[in-house]
Design a protein around this ligand. Structure first.
Ligand code: ATP
Length: 262
């Protein structure tokens, strides 16, 4: 049995690491079509490593963070979803679906601005049904002074005015800069101790390919909840404690694997 969605890399459907290989090849394909930067391959590999240590599933701690994240997005005045190459390559449909449910626009924001990349990402998002995409017009961008990388250029109608920024797969510098200008940050990062994870207000320690479908599920449930309930969920959530619990998950999983060797 073989999958037929990638002509160059036929992955047998019964391969024990089928899911992982499938997403790996989406990233490679994304690089070929300019969506993913070369460095995105390395970032993906770093993520895969942490995913292994987390047992490659959405743990209870991640579910708690997801619930708080969705509540924060639903109570925001101007929520925005920041999109980079890896997220666009891995889960464009889910980005668009979440954006519609929580009524938060998608803004393309890249570290590596190679010619044609924004266009490639725009096309994949539009192909997934996105109607409105921000961050396309370089001439109308404004700068976040606290940041020196390319990512300082943001859309005046998007990240610039947002109170809550959802930044799946972020780099630490920008999370720090966005925090300094008063934004609330939600990150998805498999590495619980990256600077992004430590700086964010809500850190979802999970793979983006699992976290987004779970966020969509929870958003559908909480969409009509009253504000009091949503605020309650946000207030009960403690990000530092949640990160500690994610680290405990890694420790427990590693110990379990170690026991198997005895
Ligand atoms: P920081 O600057 O925040 O300390 P970093 O230098 O590791 O972290 P990058 O290399 O820019 O940051 O981003 C890669 C991060 O994204 C890594 O922490 C990696 O664990 C995470 N990551 C990669 N792929 C995924 C994925 N599919 N889902 C969730 N997280 C991922």
């Amino acid at each position: 049995m073989t999958s037929n969605n990638d002509q160059d890399h036929i992955i047998p459907l019964d391969h024990p690491r089928y899911e992982s290989l499938k997403y790996r090849h989406k990233i490679i394909e994304g690089m070929r079509t300019l969506i993913v930067a070369e460095a995105g391959l390395i970032a993906h590999g770093r993520g895969e490593c942490f995913d292994y240590m987390l047992g490659e599933k959405t743990n209870e701690t991640a579910k708690e963070a997801i619930k708080a994240a969705v509540a924060l997005l639903l109570t925001a005045k101007h929520a925005i979803i920041s999109v980079n190459g890896n997220t666009a390559a891995l889960c464009p449909n889910e980005l668009v679906e979440l954006s519609k449910i929580i009524n938060a626009p998608l803004e393309i924001n890249l570290f590596y601005r190679k010619k044609g990349r924004i266009e490639a990402i725009k096309n994949v998002l539009q192909g997934a049904g996105a109607k409105k995409i921000l961050g396309l017009n370089e001439l109308s961008m404004v700068e976040i002074e606290e940041l020196s990388s390319n990512r300082r250029n943001v859309d005046p109608n998007g990240i610039k005015i947002a109170d809550v920024v959802f930044v799946p797969l972020e780099d630490g510098d920008r999370t720090e800069a966005l925090k300094k200008i008063g934004k609330k940050i939600i990150a998805v990062d498999l590495n619980p101790i990256s600077r992004t994870s430590l700086w964010a207000d809500i850190t979802i320690v999970d793979n983006i390919v699992r976290a987004l479908p779970e966020m969509i599920k929870i958003a559908k449930k909480l969409k009509d909840a009253d504000e009091k309930e949503l605020i309650n969920i946000i207030q009960r959530f403690d990000n530092k404690k949640n990160i500690q619990l994610s680290l405990n998950t890694i420790i427990k999983y590693t110990k379990k694997q170690k026991k198997k060797l005895l």
